[in-house]
Design a protein around this ligand. Structure first.
Ligand code: EPZ
Length: 424
């Protein structure tokens, strides 16, 4: 594929072993629901350890559009939601980021009405919101879908309800918690998502005066309170970025120390790396050390599942790593329909991957060679960067706006630890 002039591109000369230490950014999938949660507060909130991401910027634009005052100073974002002036999220902002749907529960919780467009599908296939709608209707919200918009209101207020989810949806769990925090009565969620980002959201809302218990388990109970004030909160580390840099160390047979990392959030990932032959040590002060300087063997099978299982968001980077291991790895993707799009691009480097529905078979090869690639989604893009670190010669990657959605300076971090990588 010829290099397109003037198109932003990451260029990697593969083959360098990574070595050194990195500090892990705040979690993208935490900062988004946390920013949404500030809408519930009738005052000022300050969030620290906020990553510099285009998705976080998009969320701040939504807050500003609602009438909040949103100011970023370095790694901290201050949001003053005292005067909410608007309850509509403009379609262009909804389109920018599918996860804007998580604003629905908070806007309803604060104003009892909301109008937003259906979240755009994204590169991972259709992104239904039937569970969000089912739950909010059970809580007394009228939701009409017309011309691609959701018109929602709860003239009699929002009531607590008993909600059982057919699958542990992260976004639906977050929206229910946000709508229930100031509802009349108590809400119980069964089969709730257990991701660390749910715990982070509950911790923040409880600091604001909410009464939420059980976050991180399948049964979350929210006792509605009158109103919430603002609070100060530190965003948890990004577990998927942690997994990404662990894969970067492993694929280059290098060694890294990751600071501000929480190993308890990646308990399904560490054993897989150890099974491959990596040495991993966890130090008490949130540091993880990985050494991969040896022959690494395929882990044979990686099956994604809801937390605390192997995270679907780490599957693409592990597929890149598996392409270079001795032996065959079978990936089973149980969360999304269409999450192997990076396989085709990895094959352009010489990876041997065959996919069928939600199963991918990866036969490790000794060599990958550089090529021109295009990122199609956030974690798929991270997988291409990971593979490029190993591939001999030059690899160019376009579509890097996908990567900027979730990685705060991935090029700078990899360069700092020895990669020959630039962004043009
Ligand atoms: C969150 O997406 C994350 N995004 C995703 O990370 C992550 O992959 C996903 O959770 C699973 O862990 C954010 O937190 C911003 P779900 P979300 O609702 O909430 C189906 C990344 O790379 N479903 O748990 O959209 C859905 O189609 C992103 O950082 C319904 O059927 O995920 C999917 O198959 C990608 N109906 C499955 O459930 C619904 O109403 C899991 O979706 C909702 C979801």
């Amino acid at each position: 594929m010829a290099v397109k002039k003037g198109v932003p591109r990451i260029v990697v000369q593969g083959g360098n072993r990574l070595s050194g230490e990195l500090s892990i950014q705040g979690a993208k999938n935490s900062i988004l629901p946390l920013l949404s949660g500030t809408v519930l507060c009738q005052g000022e909130s300050v969030l620290h350890n906020c990553p510099n991401l285009t998705d976080a910027d998009a969320a701040c634009r939504i807050l500003t559009c609602l009438g909040c005052k949103c100011v970023r100073e370095g790694g901290s974002i201050t949001v003053n939601s005292r005067h909410l002036l608007n309850t509509d999220v403009p379609v262009e902002l909804m389109r920018e980021m599918r996860s804007s749907i998580v604003f629905l529960g908070a806007i309803l919780g604060r104003t009892r009405e909301c109008r937003l467009s259906f979240p755009g599908g994204c590169e991972l296939g259709p992104r239904p919101i039937d569970l969000h709608v089912m739950a909010l209707r059970k809580m007394g919200v009228n939701i009409e879908e017309e011309h691609g918009y959701l018109n929602c209101n709860a003239p009699k207020g929002i009531n607590g309800a008993y909600i059982s989810l057919s699958l542990p949806s992260v976004g639906a769990t977050e929206n229910i918690i946000l709508a229930a925090a100031t509802a009349k009565g108590t809400t119980e969620i069964h089969n709730a998502a257990r991701e660390p980002e749910i715990v982070d959201l509950a911790d923040f809302l409880n600091k604001c005066g909410a009464k939420i218990s059980g976050a991180g388990t399948g049964a979350v109970v929210i006792e509605g309170v009158q109103a919430l004030n603002g609070a100060e909160h530190e965003v948890i580390p990004d577990r998927i970025v942690t997994a990404t840099y662990l894969c970067s160390a492993a694929i280059t047979r290098g060694e890294l120390v990751l600071k501000n990392a929480d190993s308890s959030h990646i308990s399904a990932i560490i054993p897989v790396l150890e099974q491959m032959g990596c040495s991993i040590y966890v130090y008490g002060d949130n540091r993880i050390y990985i050494n991969a300087a040896r022959t690494l063997n395929a882990p044979h099978k990686i099956r994604t599942s809801a937390h605390p299982g192997f995270p679907t968001d780490a599957q693409p980077m592990f597929m890149a790593l598996a392409s270079t291991l001795k032996g065959t790895t079978v990936f089973v993707e149980t969360i999304f329909d269409n999450r192997f799009r990076h396989a085709q691009e990895l094959s352009r480097l010489g990876a041997k991957i065959s996919t069928h529905d939600r199963v991918a078979v990866v036969e490790g090869v000794q060599r990958l060679t550089g090529a021109e690639l295009e990122a199609t989604d956030l974690r798929g893009g991270a997988a291409l960067v990971t593979a490029a670190l190993f591939a001999e010669g030059t690899t160019g990657i376009t579509g890097i706006s996908h990567i900027d959605r979730g990685y705060d300076d991935i090029v700078g971090n990899l360069k700092k630890t020895g990669a020959n990588i630039t962004a043009t």
